[in-house]
Structures are given as C-alpha cells and as structure tokens.
Design a protein around this ligand. Structure first.
Ligand SMILES: CC(C)(COP(=O)(O)OP(=O)(O)OC[C@H]1O[C@@H](n2cnc3c(N)ncnc32)[C@H](O[C@H]2O[C@H](COP(=O)(O)OP(=O)(O)OP(=O)(O)O)[C@@H](O)[C@H]2O)[C@@H]1O)[C@@H](O)C(=O)NCCC(=O)NCCS
Ligand SMILES: Nc1ncnc2[nH]cnc12
Length: 281
C-alpha cells in the first residue's frame, strides 16, 4: 500500500514533469522564431520539424518525473548530482530514439532537468524563481565524474576557442539570462499589455541579444554571433517585436547557417519557472 507521503510525492512528480514538458512545447510552438523550428518553417534546420521536436519534448516526461523523485526533500550534493546526471543521460538516449538521432533537446534536458530537481529541494521557505536557479546552480557545480561522456562536445571546443562559459557556466552561475533577462522581460511585456505569444517572443529576442550561444559560435563563429546580437538588440529597442524583422533575421540566420538553440532552451527555462510560480505544485 502506498503511504500518504508517497502519494503526494508521485503527484508532485506528475505535475512538475508535465509543467516541464509544457514549457518545451510552448517554446517549440512559439511562432515566428528566427533560425529555429516553429509552426511556419524549420528555420536553419534540415533534419527536424515541429512534430519531431514535440515528440522529443513528450519523450522526456519520465526523465523529468524521475528528477523530481530523486531530488524531493534533498539538498544539493555530489550523490544527487550523479543521480540526476544518470537520469539526464538516459533522457538523452530516449530523446535520440524519439527523433531518430537528431539533437533536439540536449541543452534543454540539462537546464530544465536541473531546475526540475531544484524546484523540489528541501528548504524551510517557499522557493521563488531566483531560489530555484541558485539551488540548480549549486547542484550543477558538483563535478559529474561518473556519467560524463569521453568525447569533446561542440560546446567544449567553442568554450576553449572563444573563452565563453556555455551551458555549463549558465547553470553554475544560477541562470543569469533567465533571472536578469528572461523573467523581467516577460513581466514587462505583460504589463504593457502584449499577448502571451508576443511577450514570449520579446523574451527570446532579449535573450538572443545577450547570450553567448555556443550553437551559433560553433557553426558561425564570433562574427555570426555579433551579427545576431546586434540585430536582436535593435529589435528590443523598438516598442514591439516586429514579425517582418523576425522574418528578415530568419533569412539571415539561414544564410549564415546558424540557429539560437541555447536561447530557445533559456526561453523554455523562463516559461517553466513562470508556470511553477503561477500554477505552483
Ligand atoms: C552540460 C551539457 C549541456 C553539455 O554542454 P556543452 O557546452 O559541453 O555541450 P554541447 O553538447 O555543445 O551542448 C550545449 C547545449 O546547450 C545549449 N546552449 C548553447 N549555448 C548555451 C548557453 N550559452 N547557455 C545555455 N545553454 C546553451 C544548446 O542546446 C540547444 O541546442 C541543441 C542543438 O544544437 P545544434 O548545434 O543545432 O545541434 P548539434 O547536433 O549538436 O550540432 P550541429 O552538428 O547540428 O551543428 C539542442 O540540444 C538545444 O537544446 C547546446 O547545444 C550537458 O549535455 C551535460 O553535460 N549533460 C550531462 C547530463 C547531466 O549532467 N544532466 C544533469 C542535469 S539534467
Ligand atoms: N525550436 C527549436 N528549433 C531548433 N532547435 C531547438 N532546440 C530547442 N528548441 C529548438
């Protein structure tokens, strides 16, 4: 027989993992996005479409659910870091099975996975987005010696060459682009009366203007990253994100062969924390 506590833990795992998948689906379906897959086109990507990304997102629900179960009422520790890394790697395998080998969500499994676990850690106070990000950063800061892959990642190569901190640094520093850019941009856009779609587009463009996205650096180098950041910054200076300009940036990104995969993940992370804040669980 399952106890009352077990029942409420299972319930929390169900709620939180659904919220995580919902955040990934909201990011994927947001349209129009420059360089990324959306409901109008596949941006720079020739190997994926919206249906593949949606399948990938849904395949991750069990991994997020396990990340809640192992972390519930725990505090960040080396043991927990290794447990979460094991579940994350299993999640990556499931993602690759769901997409026939296309990398849709490696970065998102990392960011949303850490945030999922951190959102259920034990604390004597009710957690706010800033607390969740700080706790996730603490967990990310433990070394992942047991499950780390041997090969050099694209991120590793880019980080060495361009001296940027990448997905790992973003997490270890407590997700500064989510806390200082994503969430405040979402709040301001809502206060100005923009629709949810427009507000989320503002978040994506604001993150793109500031993030050293290793996906862009790997494919296009520093020049491409600067071009994207300058274009995105110009858009943010206007009253409203303009769809024609997004389409022009989409064309430019296709020409350059680059896509802001890291910014997409951090938009999903922003949406995830906003859902937790509004729906609880
Ligand atoms: C810590 C890891 C994320 C590994 O990170 P690392 O930087 O070493 O390696 P990459 O494999 O390059 O992955 C980084 C992914 O993170 C996203 N990203 C990029 N820049 C940033 C940034 N500044 N801040 C935050 N996040 C960032 C991005 O993910 C998205 O893009 C992916 C698609 O990339 P793309 O280049 O199009 O596709 P590829 O097939 O790889 O290359 P091409 O040949 O097509 O060019 C997609 O996945 C998006 O999500 C980067 O790709 C992590 O993997 C790790 O160590 N995990 C271990 C498991 C673990 O510990 N889990 C515990 C927590 S759950
Ligand atoms: N919408 C999207 N298009 C392409 N790559 C992505 N990685 C995460 N979300 C993505």
């Amino acid at each position: 027989m399952t106890s009352l506590t077990e029942n409420s833990e299972n319930q929390l795992a169900k709620i939180r993992s659904k919220q995580a998948v919902d955040a990934l689906l909201i990011e994927a379906q947001l349209t129009p996005k420059p360089g990324l897959v959306d409901s109008l086109d596949t941006g720079t990507h020739s190997d994926m479409n919206l249906a593949i990304i949606e399948r990938s997102a849904r395949s991750l629900e069990p991994a997020f659910s396990q990340m809640v179960n192992v972390a519930h009422d725990q505090i960040p520790s080396q043991n927990l870091r290794e447990e979460v890394a094991r579940i994350g790697r299993e999640g990556e395998k499931k993602m690759f099975r769901a997409t026939n080998g296309v990398n849709t969500h490696t970065g998102a499994i990392w960011a949303i996975g850490l945030l999922t676990s951190a959102s259920v850690f034990f604390t004597p106070y009710k957690k706010k987005p800033g607390d969740i990000c700080r706790l996730a950063g603490k967990l990310a800061s433990y070394p992942d010696e047991r499950y780390t892959s041997n090969g050099e990642t694209h991120g590793d190569r880019v980080k060495k060459h361009f001296q940027v901190s990448g997905a790992r640094g973003e997490a270890m520093n407590g997700f500064p682009h989510v806390i200082n850019i994503g969430l405040p941009t979402l709040t301001t856009a809502r206060e100005k009366g923009y629709s949810e779609n427009e507000a989320q587009l503002h978040v994506l463009i604001a993150i793109m203007a500031a993030l050293d996205d290793t996906c862009i650096l790997y494919r296009g180098g520093k020049e491409a990253l600067q071009t994207i950041q300058v274009n995105a910054s110009k858009m943010m200076k206007q009253k409203m994100v303009n769809h024609d300009e997004i389409q022009r940036l989409n064309v430019k990104m296709i020409e350059l062969g680059v896509s802001p995969g890291g910014s997409a993940d951090l938009l999903a992370a922003t949406v995830f924390l906003d859902i937790i804040k509004n729906q609880g669980g």
